[in-house]
Design a protein around this ligand. Structure first.
Ligand SMILES: [Zn+2]
Length: 510
């Protein structure tokens, strides 16, 4: 029986079987999953013309680029006119390796210079290539369009003090690579039974996170000089994403801002940075806050943007518990102004809703007239104030702010302070009345005033039905961490990528 004589549904089944992840296949340590699969698909694409059309589409859909591949990638895609097949480009930059003579110290000046050259050449070369790609209306109409993802790490980062990176180093935004179980027993780097036995030394962390000012471009690098030190305009990228996969900080002024300005049709910005490390020499968290302050200013002037997600992660191994309450006031206030033209905003950990709604808190005589969110449909914000003492003040201010969000569909606030998780949701559904809900581990209840204010908001959205009020109970909690709470959020899939959510889920004990 020939291939062509098979019924179309059977042909499709064969194609899909070849595309399925090989979850039961024996792991090949030398070939990560995301590298092995394209190789198989390339072979499939060579079988016949029909197979070529089908598998090429899959082959080119999502590409992972090492910096050494960038130029060749540009030539191949342009020469074979395959740019219209690409939906996701992950520029996965690898810095040089290092050994134990350097794993406990920050990068030297020479290493820093080398890293900046590698980073600059890779990003500028790729954006140079993308600037020449023709626009494609079909891709632009898709929700995500073409996504550019960026990451930087050294392959050695998994081998020394930050060995927790090893389980996620080969994850992609579309699949999790499950390495064989590994129990970290490493006296030199103080790991025992899969956990570090002491707080990791700051200098060892700086090696992996980099200086809190972040990795930046060096305009003396050849690729920057080729473009006369101004990044070319790229019109084909609609989404820009940085996942929590690696710890490396990026400079805003000298890396992220120029990239964002270059992507002049950017609609989605999804950013999952790591909190800065405080050391004797500098306050890493404050430095990162200053960087993010600049970032929000840059995003405010980006007229094309409709979606921002910002999740500043922290890790009990590397940060301290009391850091949950340390959101920066100015950062929240700036984000409130940045977000006024957005349709979706999700911000967590580094930003507190209490600061975001500053103009609506009791005591403020009248919010400024321009504090309105005319297009906002989905909003979720982290706060440390959904507590017995602080929740009523916040929920009343939030209700006043919600009144100047005429299109809002989901409005979610959440707290993850140790032992006291609490989630508030205002939601509109197609069927049923508007609803407010409060889920907590400590019996949180709305005040009469809060219910009244939210009922006024609900009336503006749906004058037919009465506001429904619901309460939920998490039961005894006892997990001093933000990670389990995230899994209960209605907006979790907008706040974090699916892979990041799964990575967090894997950290929950039991
Ligand atoms: Zn080492």
């Amino acid at each position: 029986m020939s291939w062509n004589s098979l019924p179309p549904e059977l042909q499709l089944e064969v194609f899909e079987m070849l595309l399925e992840p090989e979850s039961n296949a024996a792991p090949d340590a030398a070939v990560p999953d995301q590298m092995a699969k394209p190789r198989i698909l390339s072979t499939c694409a060579m079988v016949c013309q029909e197979w070529q059309a089908y598998f090429e589409k899959q082959n080119f859909k999502r590409l992972i680029l090492h910096q050494d591949d960038v130029c060749q990638f540009g030539e191949i895609l342009t020469r074979h006119q395959r740019t219209f097949l690409v939906r996701w480009i992950w520029l996965r930059i690898e810095l040089p390796t290092y050994d134990c003579s350097r794993c406990g110290t920050p990068e030297s000046t020479d290493e820093d210079v080398a890293n900046k050259y590698i980073f600059t050449n890779a990003v500028w070369d790729l954006l140079g290539i993308l600037s020449a790609w023709p626009r494609n209306k079909e891709i632009e109409q898709e929700r995500r369009g073409l996504t550019l993802e960026l990451s930087v790490h050294s392959p050695s980062d998994t081998d020394h003090y930050c060995q927790d990176l090893a389980v996620r180093v080969n994850d992609t935004a579309w699949s999790l690579h499950t390495p064989p179980p590994r129990v970290y027993e490493d006296k030199f780097h103080r790991w025992k039974n899969g956990h570090p036995t002491h707080y990791v030394k700051n200098n060892a962390l700086l090696r992996v996170f980099g200086h809190p000012r972040g990795l930046r471009f060096d305009l003396r690098a050849p690729s920057a000089r080729r473009w006369r030190r101004v990044l070319p305009k790229v019109g084909v990228v609609k989404s820009f994403k940085i996942r929590r996969q690696f710890f490396r900080h990026f400079s805003v002024a000298k890396a992220l801002a120029p990239i964002i300005e270059s992507l002049h049709r950017l609609v989605r910005f999804e950013y999952e940075p790591w909190r800065g490390i405080d050391t004797a020499k500098f306050k890493g968290k404050s430095v990162r806050d200053e960087e993010h302050q600049q970032l929000f200013e840059v995003l405010r002037s980006k007229r094309s943007l409709r979606f921002i997600s910002f999740f500043e992660d922290l890790n009990p191994i590397y940060h301290k518990w009391n850091e949950y309450k340390r959101a920066n006031r100015t950062l929240g206030q700036t984000l409130a102004r940045t977000s006024r033209n957005l349709e979706c905003l999700h911000a967590a950990m580094g930003v507190d809703a209490q600061h975001f709604f500053f103009a609506f808190l009791p005591g403020i005589t009248k919010p400024p007239r321009d504090m309105r969110w005319r297009n906002l449909q989905f909003l979720s914000l982290y706060t440390s104030h959904l507590t017995l003492k602080g929740q009523d003040r916040l929920l009343c201010a939030a209700a006043l702010a919600a009144k100047v969000m005429p299109k809002i569909k989901i409005f979610e606030l959440w707290t993850a302070s140790p032992q006291q998780p609490c989630i508030f949701v205002y939601g509109l559904t197609r069927r049923g009345p508007p609803q407010i809900s409060l889920d907590s581990s400590w019996g949180a209840r709305f005040s009469d005033q809060a219910i009244e204010l939210w009922a006024e908001k609900a009336k503006l959205d749906n004058s037919r039905d009465e506001l429904s009020v619901k309460y939920g109970d998490f039961g005894p909690w006892g997990i001093p961490d933000h990670i389990p709470v995230v899994q209960y959020l209605v907006t979790r899939k907008q706040l974090l990528s699916e892979t990041s959510l799964q990575q967090l889920r894997n950290l929950i004990p039991g």
